[in-house]
Design a protein around this ligand. Structure first.
Ligand SMILES: Nc1ncnc2c1ncn2[C@@H]1O[C@H](COP(=O)(O)OP(=O)(O)OP(=O)(O)O)[C@@H](O)[C@H]1O
Ligand SMILES: [Mg+2]
Length: 409
C-alpha cells in the first residue's frame, strides 16, 4: 500500500540573472516613480503584466533582453511552494507515497525546460497541463552585485502567465481520492486561491487530510494594501484546513496580528486544526487541537544546530526554498506515519503519546526542520537525487542529530 499525496498550486521557474546593471538606461526607464505603479524597485517584486503596462514595452521581447544584454539566465531552478514541497515529500516518503502535482504551464521554452527538470523527479505529472499561447509562470531574479556601493541588491519580476488560466474545475476527482491533499502557494494561482474554500470543503468531505502551505501574497498586497490577506472565498476556509504551514510574515499578514502567538490564536478561532509557523533560523512555533493531531499546546521547537554548524563551517548553498522543503518534510512524515504509525523514538507504543491524535505532529516537524535546514546546503529549492533514497539517508542523519539536540536520545 502507498499513500497518495496530491498537490495543487504554485510551480514556477526561478530565473537568476546575476549581472544586471540597475543604473542602465533601460532599468532607469522601468524604474518606479510612485510606489505600486508597476515599475521596477530595487529589493522589491513587481508583476510582469504591470511592468509592461508601466513601461509600454514587452518584458520578454524588449525589457529582459536589454536588461540582460541578451544573456541567458545564469541559473534556472524549479520553484514554487507546491511543487518544491511535493518533491521533498516524495524524496522523504519514497517508499511509502505516490505524489501527483496539479497545475498548468505555458507552451513556451521555459515550460519545456521546467518539465524536463521535473521529469527527473518521481512526481506524477500527468495532471500538469499545458495552456496554449501562454507563458509559464516564473520569477526573474535580477541581481546587480555592484548596486548600493558594492553591497548588491536584487529586483524580482513575477510572471503569473499560464497560472491565471488554471481553474478549480480542472482539478479532477483523482485529486480528492488522495489521502493527503496539499494546497501550496495558491496565492500565485489566483483562480485556485479564490476557490480554496470550496476545494478544501470537498477534500474534507471525502475524508482527505488537508494541508495548506502559503506564499507571500503579492496580489493581495497589491490589490488591497494593508488589508488582511484572504484565504479563499471567505474565512470559512480555515475550518477545512487540518494543517496550516506558514512563515512568520505570512502568519502576520494572513491574521492581521502583530506577533506569532496572536496569529496562532486567530487561526485557532477560525477553526484551523493545527498550525506551524517557521521563522528562518529562529525557533518554529506549533499548536494543534484536532482529532488528527490531538491536543498540543502552543510551543516552540528549535531549528537544527547541526545545520547551523555546517553553515558556519563554510558549507555552501542558499536559503531558497527552505520553507517549501520544510512543508514537504512535514507532508512526507505524515505519509510515513500513515503506514508506520509509531514514529516517535522516545516514548511507548501505539498512539498514546499523541494525546489522542492519529499523527505525531512534533515528529513531523522534526522532519520539516531537517528538510528546511538541508535546503540551505545546495542552491535553489529542489535537490536532484542520483538515486532514490539518497536524500532520505542524508535527512535521517540530520534527524538523528536533531534528536540528540533535543535530548530525546
Ligand atoms: N539558517 C538556518 N539554519 C537552520 N535551519 C534553517 C535556516 N534557515 C531556514 N532553516 C529551516 O528552514 C525552515 C523554513 O525557513 P523559513 O522560515 O526561512 O521559510 P520561508 O520564509 O518560507 O522561506 P522560503 O519561502 O524562501 O522557502 C526553518 O523553520 C528552519 O527549520
Ligand atoms: Mg515560504
Amino acid at each position: 500500500m502507498v499513500v497518495r499525496i496530491s498537490g495543487v498550486g504554485c510551480c514556477l521557474v526561478d530565473r537568476i540573472y546575476g549581472h544586471v546593471d540597475f543604473h542602465s538606461e533601460v532599468f532607469r526607464k522601468c524604474l518606479s516613480k510612485n510606489a505600486g505603479d508597476g515599475g521596477l524597485e530595487p529589493g522589491k517584486l513587481t508583476f510582469e503584466e504591470e511592468l509592461e503596462r508601466f513601461a509600454g514595452l514587452s518584458f520578454v521581447s524588449d525589457i529582459l533582453p536589454r536588461l540582460t544584454e541578451g544573456q541567458k539566465a545564469d541559473k534556472e531552478n524549479i520553484g514554487g511552494p507546491c511543487v518544491v514541497a511535493l518533491i521533498n515529500a516524495s524524496q522523504l516518503a519514497y517508499k511509502e507515497s505516490d505524489v501527483s502535482f496539479y497545475g498548468c504551464r505555458g507552451d513556451d521554452e521555459v515550460g519545456v525546460g521546467l518539465l524536463e527538470k521535473l521529469s527527473q523527479t518521481s512526481l506524477d505529472l500527468s495532471h500538469y497541463r499545458i495552456e496554449k499561447n501562454s507563458e509559464t509562470a516564473s520569477t526573474s531574479v535580477l541581481s546587480d552585485p555592484n548596486y548600493d556601493n558594492g553591497h548588491g541588491e536584487r529586483t524580482f519580476v513575477n510572471t503569473i502567465g499560464a497560472s491565471w488560466h488554471y481553474l478549480p474545475e480542472e482539478v479532477d476527482e483523482g485529486f480528492y481520492d488522495s489521502e493527503i491533499c496539499v494546497f501550496g502557494g495558491t496565492a500565485l494561482v489566483p483562480r485556485i486561491h479564490q476557490g480554496l474554500n470550496t476545494m478544501l470543503k470537498k477534500a474534507k468531505s471525502k475524508g482527505c487530510i488537508t494541508v495548506v502551505n502559503t506564499v507571500y501574497d503579492f496580489i493581495s498586497e497589491k490589490e488591497r494594501p494593508g488589508e488582511r490577506w484572504r484565504m479563499g472565498e471567505s474565512d470559512e476556509s480555515y475550518r477545512f484546513i487540518d494543517l496550516l504551514i506558514v512563515d512568520r510574515e505570512e502568519a502576520l499578514r494572513l491574521s492581521g496580528c502583530e506577533d506569532i502567538p496572536s496569529s496562532i490564536a486567530f487561526f485557532r478561532e477560525k477553526g484551523t486544526g493545527a498550525v506551524v509557523v517557521t521563522n528562518g533560523a529562529q525557533n518554529i512555533s506549533l499548536w494543534a487541537e484536532s482529532p488528527l493531531f490531538g491536543s498540543i499546546k502552543e510551543q516552540t521547537m528549535p531549528v537544527s544546530e547541526a545545520v547551523g554548524k555546517a553553515l558556519k563551517a563554510g558549507k555552501k548553498g542558499d536559503s531558497t526554498g527552505c520553507g517549501d522543503n520544510f512543508a514537504g518534510g512535514i507532508i512526507g512524515s505524515l505519509a510515513r506515519q500513515t503506514l508506520f504509525p509509531n514514529p516517535s523514538p522516545s516514548k511507548g507504543t501505539g498512539f498514546s503519546h499523541h494525546r489522542g491524535g492519529l499523527f505525531d505532529l512534533k515528529d513531523a516537524c522534526r522532519w520539516g526542520i531537517v528538510s528546511g535546514g538541508f535546503a540551505c546546503f545546495y542552491y535553489g529549492g529542489t535537490y536532484f537525487e542520483k538515486q532514490e533514497g539518497e536524500k532520505f539517508a542524508q535527512l535521517q542523519q540530520l534527524y538523528d542529530l536533531y534528536l540528540k539536540q533535543e535530548g530525546v536520545c
